[in-house]
Write a protein that binds this ligand. Structure first.
Ligand code: IMP
Length: 445
């Protein structure tokens, strides 16, 4: 089965994957990188992951970083060390030999690209995701398997760095300009614009990455084959998406998107399985909407209600700490995500956050600036940017939902809210989140 984000990310996918993983043989990440962040609270202990699949807390499951993921080896090793310190075994972690590596120059180019865009910047996580996927498409990428052969690694790093010299020179110029602007004293000889960053020294980079390779070697595998073996033995494999439908490179709010495809169909390419291997698709949506970074967000609330949602929902990024933008549930966008992923079911998370917020609004259509009614998510960027949502108002609820465990525990207004969502988008809501804890959920059928 595939589990994907149904909005703009941060829906709490990690917690749902952690729950559903109980019956699975393997949990497989298929796209994205350490731009993602999952927080799982187990027995009062908080675990934060960026790259490692959420199933790692089960010692008997295989956790796979698939070929479609972009891996920053330094970050991955940091997570492995952190888990070991917490007494969690990583013996069952497998990393695709074909996954691409985020190299130091990707991180620098991401930041440089954003700085250069100025007001038009995307608000990326600056983790090097876009430049790494760009190199993959250009066939200049370095893959996990390259860590195991120093000679190949050196040749590939040299080949990849070559075409970037111009961009990196610009980066050096920019750095100088910025330092001048903030009045930072230039010590010693001024930085020559054609001297690349010391972090980009080929020799250092190769040495460092060879040592990463030594440490990661026991985990490197043919992960597609691992998936086939589990699927052919009729075992459950969970394909865990990062980010979400509206950040999809092809179907999201381009260019304000990530550089991979976080939708169910991409699980096949990003893990190496066929479409008919996928039996079920679950989408995860928050009971409201949030977005981090720039880009259109029709139901955004820039008022006290938005602030309350942010405070009550602790809407700050796991990866960058940025304050998320918050707004009402957008059913036009959600219905689009449901179809795009051909979802079978939804899990609605953080319903407890809406308690005491007052009458709840859900966007049921948009209106273009010319006055046209838009029932479906507009493909045209300019229309979407200027569209205003039209709302249905539903009664709110004031009860604290944190202790609800059975469907009967939820107040009637909460049921009505969930029913409205489910009927509007045409799939059942099967699971509801009522707090951060692993047990703070209500199964609806
Ligand atoms: P990138 O993925 O770092 O290139 O960022 C591209 C866009 O996707 C930015 O708007 C980011 O804020 C957003 N983004 C990337 N990863 C996540 C995530 O895990 N949750 C929410 N937004 C994300």
């Amino acid at each position: 089965m595939v589990i994907v984000g149904a909005q703009w990310g941060d829906e709490g996918k990690g917690k749902v994957v952690d729950l559903l993983a109980r019956d699975a043989e393997a949990i497989v990440r298929f796209q994205g990188g350490n731009n993602a962040g999952h927080t799982i609270v187990r027995d009062g202990e908080e675990f934060k992951f960026h790259l490692i699949p959420s199933g790692i807390l089960y010692s008997d499951k295989t956790c796979v970083i698939g070929n479609g993921v972009v891996v920053d080896p330094r970050v991955l090793l940091g997570e492995i060390d952190g888990l070991r310190r917490a007494g969690v075994s990583v013996a069952n972690l497998r990393i695709s030999a074909n996954a691409h590596l985020i190299m130091p120059y990707h991180v620098l180019l991401d930041t440089a690209g954003e700085t250069k865009l100025g007001k038009l910047s995307i608000g990326t996580t600056r983790r090097g995701i876009g430049p790494c996927y760009a190199d993959k498409a250009l066939r200049l990428g370095i893959r996990v398997q390259d860590l195991l052969d120093e000679k190949i690694l050196r040749t590939k790093i040299r080949a990849a760095l070559g075409p970037k010299q111009q961009a990196l020179r610009e980066l050096a110029v920019q750095r100088r300009k910025q330092r001048k602007e903030v009045g930072e004293e230039m010590r010693g000889a001024p930085e020559a614009v054609d001297t690349p960053d010391p972090r980009l020294d080929v020799h250092t980079m190769v040495e460092e990455h060879v040592s990463f390779g030594h440490r990661l070697e026991p985990h490197i595998a043919d992960t597609a084959r691992l998936c086939w073996e589990a699927l052919d033995a009729d075992k459950t494999v969970i394909f865990e998406g990062a980010q979400a439908a509206l950040l999809d490179l092809d179907h999201g709010t381009y260019p304000f998107v990530t550089s991979s495809n976080p939708i169910a169909g991409a699980a096949t390419v990003g893990a190496g399985v066929g479409p008919t291997d996928i039996s079920e698709v679950w989408g995860i949506a928050k009971a409201y909407a949030t977005r981090v970074g720039a880009g259109p967000f029709p139901t955004e609330l820039e008022d006290e209600t938005g602030d309350r949602i942010v405070e009550r929902g602790h809407e700050f990024g796991t990866t960058t700490g940025r304050r998320r933008r918050a707004g009402w549930m957008d059913l036009v966008a959600l219905r689009y995500a449901v179809r795009l992923n051909r979802m079978d079911a939804l899990a609605v998370t953080k319903l407890d956050v809406l308690s005491g917020i007052g009458p709840l609004r859900v966007a049921v259509r948009y209106r273009s600036k010319e006055g046209a009614v838009l029932d479906s998510f507009p493909y045209h960027q300019s229309i979407l940017h200027s569209a205003t949502p039209e709302y249905e108002e539903l009664p709110g609820f004031d009860e604290d939902l944190g202790e609800c465990r059975e469907r009967e525990d939820l107040p009637a207004a909460a049921h009505d809210y969930l029913r409205y969502i489910s009927e509007f988008v045409g799939v059942p809501v099967r699971l509801v989140g009522v707090g951060p804890g692993r047990d703070q959920v209500v199964w609806l059928d």
